[in-house]
Write a protein that binds this ligand. Sequence first.
Ligand code: BEZ
Length: 250
Amino acid sequence: MKWDANLYDNNHSFVSKYGEDLINVLGPAPGEIILDIGSGSGDLADLIVKRNVKVIGIDNSREMVEAARNKYPHIQFDIGSASNFSYDIKFDAVFSNATLHWVPDYEKAITCIGNALKTGGRFVAEFGGKGNVSNITDALKFQLISKGYTAVAESPLWYFPSLSEYTTLLEQKGFRVTFAAHFDRETLLKGDDGMKNWLIMFGKSYLEKLELNVAEEIINRVENQLRATNFKNGNWYADYVRLRFVAIKV
Ligand code: BEZ
């Protein structure tokens, strides 16, 4: 899937905004070397660098990496997969915001991250937890099935684990989990077309399997269906549920 870095920055800047709070949980100490997995257009990597640390950003989207390199030429951004990467150096911390739900090989990702960290290094991340955007995915599946696109509706898309599932994996792979939380974060989607824009941006992997006119019809139907649950006082909201944790490599 190709990412449109401009659309991402213009309409979905909330992704980086919430990430700023996660940087405080990361607590970068001057002189540390930190890996940002899923660095996107580079905004959070740049904020982390401002704490006097060295950051390497890695992202599997060429478009995003190019956009990040243009915006922040002083930072190293690499194209790479969260579940298949290695560096010659060991990091003090691995940081990741709103990325790990896109990684189908989530167990391999935890293994790679463990290998990349120094002993005592921390893995601080947030991504979609169990129940994330369930109103949206239920509506999308319902509309796809009602139009006969059952195979598309059933294709796996995101990984939204429960707190116990993910922290158990972390422990099995050599981490000590010192903090974990699973919480709701209803998220404002800017503008009258907020939900449509979200579906176009993030539902692309589903929708690009359809003819353009069918995709447009599905988007309209999903938006109509979601009006009852996700449109409040004139604004669209995504029913985000987050999983946030701090895990130490033992
Ligand atoms: C999320 O950040 O929770 C998310 C983003 C895009 C698609 C699905 C989930």
